[in-house]
Ligand binder design. Structure first.
Ligand code: ADP
Length: 431
């Protein structure tokens, strides 16, 4: 599909180029022709005046009109009297006398320019009727213009060759540039395809589990519910996974469409962190993980409390999920000169440098099998990163495999300036 678009863009660009090239050549040819005709006519007018002032006598010196091109071509002339007899002339091409005669007998009162062809040589002729001592004369001055024509033909064919050469060079360049400009669209398209495939896969898995468990329950229709709690718990847990996934997908879709509003208000970020510890204690206890805190009290921050809470919850949830039974997790809030830092430290499985670089990508999971057990689909950190970026902050990871990790949300304090409440920054989407 993209190859076809690339080919079409190249063809379109080439077509525009060819049209412009033809227009340019046509315009330039027209201008050269127009300027040579104009200067040629001016030359013939000057020569005619000179001949009349010499009373038809040819001068030994060629007339110098100041126009080097036309002076070089030279001129010929015939002066006819009122009975159409040649009074004087300077003619090298004898055919011109006959052609000039035909023009002279037409008897026109106004001066005029004509084009004549004699022996395949083209001439511009200026016919000037005038009177001298009550006698009427017609003066014809000729100049051959074949050289003028060949200059125009030469200029046009030269431009044509240059144009064809440029097109030959520009077609591959245009093809290459079309490819380059399509690359971001291609990447987004591939991303979307991957995203849809991943999302469908993630939704299908819990759905299959639910269907299988329902089938098992159908076979046990005579048994009591309490004897089949295992299957019901499976259904409930997969239902929960699906609900979480759907809400994450919804959030991603809103972010993609720039519709995810970030409502910034001043709130007590210390209390928010404190609440988070209380909220997650039960979950930590279930896994026999010691959840502690080191939160500086009373820190005010301007941001979207709900969204930041969601980001912190993702980090604490991950820390608990990826720390083995008996481990430790700590949530800290520290205030620096320019930044606020929310740290989530754990003594969990840790991450390698290679994994650290990938964890913010959508649907990325270090260990697919283990994560399925924990219910993660690989969207949490992507969402947390998006929320933090919307607050002009960033998430840093320090981690040692099998020792533990520290995920730090670094928020700039300058973010607290009192600007508009709704800050739905455009052009920053989840990747
Ligand atoms: P999930 O919902 O699968 O947890 P996340 O986007 O939150 O998705 O995390 C992506 C992956 O990063 C996880 O699947 C896990 O492999 C890894 N990860 C996240 N947090 C931690 C952590 N604290 N310790 C070790 N690995 C982690």
């Amino acid at each position: 599909m993209f190859k076809e678009i690339k080919r079409k863009i190249t063809m379109f660009n080439t077509l525009i180029l060819v049209i412009f090239m033809f227009m340019f050549i046509f315009l330039l040819g027209f201008l050269v022709n127009w300027s040579l005709t104009l200067s040629g006519e001016m030359y013939l007018t000057t020569v005619a005046k000179e001949i009349i002032s010499n009373n038809g006598q040819t001068t030994a010196q060629p007339i110098n009109s100041g126009d080097s091109v036309h002076d070089k071509f030279g001129y010929q002339f015939i002066m006819w009297d009122s009975s159409h007899v040649v009074k004087s002339m300077k003619v090298e091409d004898r055919n011109l006398i006959m052609l000039g005669y035909e023009l002279a007998i037409e008897k026109k009162d106004a001066p005029q320019f004509n084009l004549l062809i004699s022996d395949n040589v083209e001439y511009r002729v200026y016919t000037l009727p005038y009177s001298n001592n009550s006698n009427d004369y017609v003066l014809q001055v000729f100049q051959q213009i074949s050289t003028e024509r060949s200059i125009i033909a030469y200029v046009i064919s030269f431009l044509f060759l240059i144009g064809l050469g440029s097109i030959a060079v520009l077609i591959p360049i245009s093809y290459f540039l079309a490819g380059k400009s399509l690359q971001p669209i291609k990447d987004t398209f591939e991303d979307q395809k991957k995203f849809i495939a991943n999302a469908s896969h993630e939704l299908r898995t819990p759905l299959t589990v639910i269907q299988t468990n329902v089938e098992v329950l159908k076979l046990k229709e005579d048994e009591q519910i309490k004897d089949n709690m295992k299957w019901l718990n499976n259904i409930a847990s997969e239902g929960e996974t699906m609900a979480k996934l759907i809400s994450e997908l919804l959030l991603l879709a809103q972010a993609e469409n720039q519709r995810l509003a970030i409502d910034k208000e001043v709130f007590d970020i210390s209390s928010m962190c404190q609440q988070m510890v209380e909220l997650m204690t039960e979950l930590a206890n279930e896994k026999e993980i010691e959840l502690s805190e080191n939160i500086s009290p009373g820190i005010q921050y301007r941001g979207d409390e709900e969204r930041l809470k969601q980001a912190v919850r993702i980090l604490v949830d991950n820390a608990i999920k990826y720390t083995p039974v008996g481990g430790k997790v700590q949530l800290c809030l520290v205030q620096g000169k320019r930044h606020l830092v929310i740290e989530v430290k754990d003594t969990g499985i840790g991450l390698t440098d290679e994994e650290k670089a990938k964890v913010f990508s959508r649907f990325y999971r270090v260990d697919d099998a283990r994560n399925r057990e924990t219910g993660g689909v690989g969207l949490g950190l992507n969402i947390a990163d998006y929320i933090v970026k919307k607050h002009n902050g960033k998430i840093k990871i320090d981690s040692i495999p099998n020792k533990g990790s520290t995920f730090s949300i670094v928020l700039p304090k300058s973010n607290q300036k009192p600007d508009s409440k709704k800050n739905n920054i455009k052009g920053d989407t989840l990747k």
